[in-house]
Write a protein that binds this ligand. Structure first.
Ligand code: DGJ
Length: 726
């Protein structure tokens, strides 16, 4: 008996000493933590923990080993690997062990951890980078892969990151859609096996789904409860997320470039750097997770995230291609009279030999169409200046129509497979940004337009097709599978150069609507055009989804005509304004077609927007009632000091008897402050039930506990309510 006890004690001591010798690497923010364990016996590195930040060092010993931090192909192939290298001798296995790690404060103040792993036989090195942003609970991660051999190797898989979750149950919310129909949210449980979210469309990569997801862990998270991760890949091209649940209900999450037709030859001693994967985790539900990302983005990622954004009037839905100098001058005047800050000239202003009078010609020929605009762009810039507003211009510099002088000169500059018919989409082809000469050209389009017209304050950068026939004349036959990667790298080189020369110009990223939405592009862009669907009803859903990841200041939203050009739906002007004002306000219609009442309503609406846009663009977002589950939807923004807030609510379905009485339980207010309520953007001479609350004051506690209560009756009725602390 005694001997048996001694044996057990001995075993326990042995295990403890082995565990004791393991090294732990802690990557943490204020509230979340990832713990990696370097195994003393074999040098392999595992992720032992990802969850709430732990307090006691002694608890680390109790953590399980966890999953391999960057699972390799060719050794233990139970699960999808993060990396798959074909070594120069044809060997397809990699085994990574710990070399060293460093932790330091990065230039932007985040905690930077880099862990170096190496394959002892082949010298392949992997450096895992993690940047932890303490206050925002955001972790940004990417990987560098170094070929340590004397000959090239083939990378078949090269994830940005691999994460392990052990919550037992998981729900994935994905975003899906199509042109003018972006951002549908749908949630489903993740059961055993794999779920993949990916795209292989290249340029307009996010047409069907953007590189973002919401993952609930343990239970299905709500706005205010539950453990939830929001993840986003910063890559303006093909991406892939793989969610793999194993037989013990552990979840492996791999994110990165889509390896589809993307084997990458890495030369001797060369380094491959993956895109960045960003994630936040919240234990207080979705709303908190979104605010984490918004705060982080405004501070660290979004171009000029601390500055304001301009309101604008865009002539796309006003004129389409059918305009001239006179028509534009009148729109500029109307835009200025209504109070907009900028006029944006859209597609159709260029092309001489092949004038751009519709979408089948002219792309690539960025000289002004002198028939439409005899006095050039400069005249319109002056016209805008004379009217006290700024001027912006549309470009689609990556594209070319076969009916263009550019294509006549450079038919080999486009992406297409030799020996195949060219495959047109919107009558256009994509310029091959793998080619440095094409990069120079695309850069020069933007640079020259801005240099020749120094008054241009804004650019809308469009991209209206995705890649098919994915072949490059520039890349050699054995490097064709580099196309998807080299295109995006070429694009970023162009973005860098544009930004170096024109840091002050605001640029909107558009891709036939929301076909390109990710945090890597937002380093260079001030805002996104998230959909060509300007129907305010549809927009509520699209904005609801997109604000899970991106702050309102980056989401351009335009008031357009009724009936809406895309859907034919008729909605009140106030409703259209109230929806657009919950993001970054603009307009996309012909003011000439408005009545005097509509113009004066618009003028007043814009004036009022200026009194609260700061709260929308820089405040904290709280989603109150989802349009997916309620006939009435609502959300609000609260200023950082909690002195000001603004609530938006919209009725999506008419309620005949009794009206819709859904309570708006406000959030994010200071319970001890007293707030005065005022309705904004009111329709003149129209009585509504809110009048009973108008001008009254309530404590934050009351508004959050008892709520804001007033009925709404008619479909597309909307309200904006301002709260001011007294
Ligand atoms: C697609 C964009 O999304 C529209 O807003 C408009 O700019 C057109 N392209 C112009 O061709």
């Amino acid at each position: 008996m005694k001997i048996k006890r001694l044996a057990i004690l001995f075993c326990l001591l042995a295990t403890a000493s082995a565990i004791m010798a393991d090294e732990f690497i802690r990557i943490n923010t204020n509230n979340i933590e990832m713990i990696l364990r370097v195994k003393s016996d074999n040098g392999r590195v595992f992720q032992s923990y990802l969850g709430k930040r732990l307090k006691f060092e002694s608890d680390l010993l109790h953590l399980p080993q966890g999953g391999e931090v960057y699972l390799t192909h060719g050794m233990e192939d139970y699960f999808e690997p993060a990396i798959d290298v074909r070594h120069a001798d044809g060997n397809a296995s990699t085994l990574l062990t710990y070399v060293e790690h460093k932790q330091e404060t990065a230039a932007d103040g985040s905690q930077h951890t880099v862990i170096t792993l190496q394959d002892k036989v082949y010298g392949t090195q992997v450096r895992l980078h993690f940047f932890a942003y303490a206050d925002e609970d955001v972790i940004k991660t990417h990987t560098e892969i170094v070929n340590g051999e004397k000959k090239p190797v083939m990378l078949e898989k090269y994830a940005s990151s691999m994460l392990h979750l052990t919550g037992g149950k998981y729900w994935l919310t994905e975003f899906s859609g199509n042109w003018a129909d972006e951002g549908h949210m749908s949630t489903a449980p993740l059961n055993f096996g794999k779920k993949v979210l990916d795209t292989k469309l290249g340029t307009r990569a996010n047409l069907f789904t953007p590189p973002m997801f919401i993952l609930s862990v343990g239970e299905q998270a709500t706005e205010d409860h539950g453990q939830v991760m929001l993840g986003q890949l910063g890559w303006t091209g093909n991406f892939r997320f793989t969610f793999e649940v194993d037989e013990s209900d552990n979840l492996r999450l791999i994110s990165g470039i889509n390896p589809y037709f993307s084997s990458y030859e890495l030369g001797a001693k060369e380094t491959f750097t993956t895109p960045e994967f960003f994630f936040t985790m919240s234990y207080e539900g979705l709303s908190r997770a979104s605010r984490n990302l918004h705060n982080w983005a405004r501070k660290y990622q979004l171009k000029d995230g601390q500055k304001g954004r301009l309101t604008l009037l865009n002539n796309w839905e006003a004129t389409y291609f059918d305009f001239n100098e006179g028509i534009l001058s009148t729109i500029i005047k109307d835009a200025s009279e209504m109070g907009f800050e900028l006029f944006l000239l859209d597609d159709g202003w260029f092309g001489e030999k092949y004038p751009r009078n519709n979408d089948d010609a002219g792309l690539g020929d960025w000289m002004v169409n002198s028939k439409k605009l005899p006095n050039g762009i400069g005249y319109l810039v002056e016209e805008a200046t004379r009217n006290g507003i700024k001027f912006g211009i549309w470009l689609e510099p990556e594209m070319v129509n076969p009916r263009s002088e550019l294509y006549e000169k450079h038919p080999d500059w486009v992406i297409t497979q030799p020996n195949r018919e060219i495959d047109l989409s919107r009558n256009q082809l994509i310029l091959d940004l793998c080619n440095p000469k094409v990069q120079d050209y695309v850069f020069s389009v933007v640079d020259n337009t801005l240099k020749e017209n120094p008054g241009i304050a804004y650019v809308k950068w469009d991209c209206n097709r995705f890649v098919t026939n994915s072949g490059s004349y520039y890349l050699s036959a054995d490097k064709q599978s580099h196309l998807w990667i080299e295109y995006v790298r070429g694009l970023y080189r162009v973005f860098e150069r544009v930004r170096a020369n024109h840091p002050e110009v605001s640029i909107m990223l558009c891709s036939g609507g929301g076909g390109r939405i990710d945090y890597a592009s937002l380093r260079y862009f001030d805002e996104f055009w998230i959909s060509d669907n300007t129907d305010a009803f549809n927009r509520i859903f699209i904005q609801w989804g997109t604000t899970h990841f991106f702050p309102a200041m980056a989401l351009a939203s335009h008031v357009s005509a009724s009936p809406c050009h895309q859907t034919g739906r008729v909605t009140p002007l106030k409703f259209r304004f109230d929806v657009a004002m919950s993001a970054k306000l603009g307009m996309d219609l012909q003011p000439m077609n408005m009545t005097e009442e509509e113009k004066s309503f618009s003028k007043k609406a814009i004036e009022e927007y200026y009194t609260f846009r700061e709260i929308v663009q820089h405040g904290d977002l709280y989603r109150l009632l989802s349009p997916y589950t309620n006939p009435r939807t609502a959300m609000m923004y609260v200023s950082e000091d909690k002195q000001d807030a603004v609530v938006f609510t919209y009725l999506l379905e008419k309620v005949i008897n009794g009206g819709n009485n859904q309570v708006l339980y406000l959030k994010g207010l200071d319970p001890n402050k007293t707030y005065r309520l005022n309705e904004l953007n009111k329709e003149p001479n129209k009585w509504t039930w809110f009048y009973e609350l108008e001008g009254k004051s309530y404590t934050g506690e009351y508004l959050m506990k008892y709520g804001l209560r007033f009925p709404m009756y008619n479909q597309f009725e909307s309200k904006i309510i301002r709260l001011t602390a007294e």
